[in-house]
Write a protein that binds this ligand. Sequence first.
Ligand code: MG
Ligand code: MG
Length: 269
Amino acid sequence: MAKGKIFYKTGEEINAIQKSCEIVSETLALVAEMLKPGITPKVVDAAAEEYIRSKGGLPAFKGYHGFPSTLCFSLNDCVVHGIPNDRPLEPNDVMSVDCGVQLNGYFGDAAYTFAFNDIDEDTKSLMIRTKESLYLGIEQAIIGKRVGDVSYAVFAHTEMKYGYGVVRDLVGHGVGIQLHEAPDVPNYGKRGNGPLLVEGMVIAIEPMINLGKKNVKVLKDGWSIMTTDGKPSAHFEHTVAIGKHKANILSNHEIIESAVKKNEYLVKI
Ligand code: MG
Ligand code: MG
C-alpha cells in the first residue's frame, strides 16, 4: 500500500500525467483489438511494450518490484497482477488487463476487463456492475469530499447492493509523480472518512470486485492475486484529477470501448 506524503500537482503536471494516461489508454485499445481465442497473453504483452516504447514512454510495471511484464494480465479467478504467459486464451475467458506508463517522469495507470462471448451471464453482470461502481466512485472525486466518499460509493454499489465481494487487500492510490503514492483509495469505507480531497490531487480509482467471496490469496509466482473460491473477478481503473464540480478523468476508456465494439470475439457491456 502507498505510504508517505500526498503529492499535490500543478496544472502542468496534471497535463503531463494525462499524456502518460493517453498512451496507457491507447495501449489498452490495442489490447482490445488483439484479443481473440488462441492468442497468448505473452504475445499481447510484447505488442503493448512495443507500442508504449514507440510513443517514447516506458512500461511502468516492468521491473516494478521485479514484476516481469508490461501488462498485468489477470484471467478468470485471478483478480490482479497476473503475469502474461503462454497459455492460449479460451473462448470463455474473462481478462482484466492493467497498464501503467511513465512519460517524461510522470505516471498514468488504467485497467479494463474484457471477456469473450462464451462467458456466463453472472460474469457479464459482474463486469457491468464493477464498471458502474468505478463511475460512481469518480462522481465523488471532487474538492471537499473525502477518500471515504469514493470508497463508500464503490462498496455500496457492489457488495451492499449486489452481494459481490469487494477485495480488501488491494486498493487504489495516488498516482503521477510515482506509480503508487498516498493516499490509499480503498473500495470499501465510510462516507466522510479519510483524507480530504483537494485541488491538485490525482488518484487511481480501481474497483476490484469478486463474483463470490472477497477473500484472495497470492499464487506461488509471488504476484498473481487469486480469489480463494475460484470464482471470477473484475477490475476497472481510471486515473482522475480531483475537480471542483466533477473529476477530470485523465485516462480514456472510450477508445478502448470502441475497439471492443469492433472485436467480434469480445462481449459488449
Ligand atoms: Mg493499474
Ligand atoms: Mg492502479
